[in-house]
Design a protein around this ligand. Structure first.
Ligand code: GRF
Length: 218
């Protein structure tokens, strides 16, 4: 059975769309049960609605306290009984009720090679630091900011005439391949999630992209 997932997204949803394409192409053994957002205008919601995938807004402004919003979000997620929760450009920290609802089973995709450059400005900080290689990280979400166990990373070059947007676009192209691959690895049992995630040494061979864990060629 395909792995039931719920996706949280605040933005355009290009990572969500990449997961959708990978599922359609048979490269990702998952089923998107629902898309939830904190922003009514999120492109991710329209993407879901166009495909008749349940799409729900849980807006902080509609709740008296942050704790109420956390509860409502956890409830909305729980209704779809996901085995994996995927944060694909969700621009808020999830609270205790969400963490407790999906223990060790929440993924985030981050546009930098963690633990470098956590937070909202990964590509800008990489550029400002003058690194020559950056990339993306898929990690398990814990209570901190982009601090949970790293599952996989893919590297891209930082080119001399890059600006933040150009670098972020290149990183996102890597995200679009890495995130579905990691979800598929979880669905197939090549990555086992838990208090200490177990990653099979050999599970993932993105064409031409430097990524880890990776198949070592003969
Ligand atoms: C991605 O770059 C992701 O790494 C970051 O937010 C961005 C979301 O982009 N957390 P999109 O909405 O998937 O296009």
């Amino acid at each position: 059975m395909a792995l039931p997932i719920v996706v949280l997204a605040s933005g355009t949803g290009s990572n969500l769309a990449a997961v959708g394409r990978a599922i359609e192409a048979g490269r990702c053994d998952a089923e998107i049960r629902a898309v939830l957002s904190d922003r009514p205008s999120a492109g991710a919601l329209s993407w879901a609605r166009e495909r008749s995938i349940p799409a729900t807004v849980v807006r902080p402004a509609d709740f008296a306290t942050r704790a109420d919003w956390d509860q409502a979000l956890a409830l909305a997620i729980g209704q779809h009984a996901p085995q994996l929760l995927v944060l694909a450009g969700f621009m808020r920290l999830v609270g205790e009720p969400v963490l407790r609802g999906c223990p060790h089973r929440i993924l985030n995709v981050h546009p930098a090679l963690l633990p470098l450059f956590p937070g909202r400005a990964g590509p800008a900080e990489a550029l400002a630091a003058g690194v020559r290689v950056s990339g993306c990280t898929v990690h398990v979400v814990d209570r901190g900011v982009d601090s949970g166990p790293i599952l996989a990373q893919a590297a891209v070059p930082v080119l001399p005439d890059d600006d933040v947007e150009r670098l972020h676009r290149r990183i996102q192209r890597a995200e679009h391949r890495l995130l579905p691959a990691v979800i598929d690895a979880i669905a197939r049992g090549a990555i086992s999630l838990g208090p200490e995630p177990r990653i099979d040494a050999i599970w993932f061979a993105p064409d031409g992209m430097l990524a880890s864990p990776a198949i070592v060629p003969d």
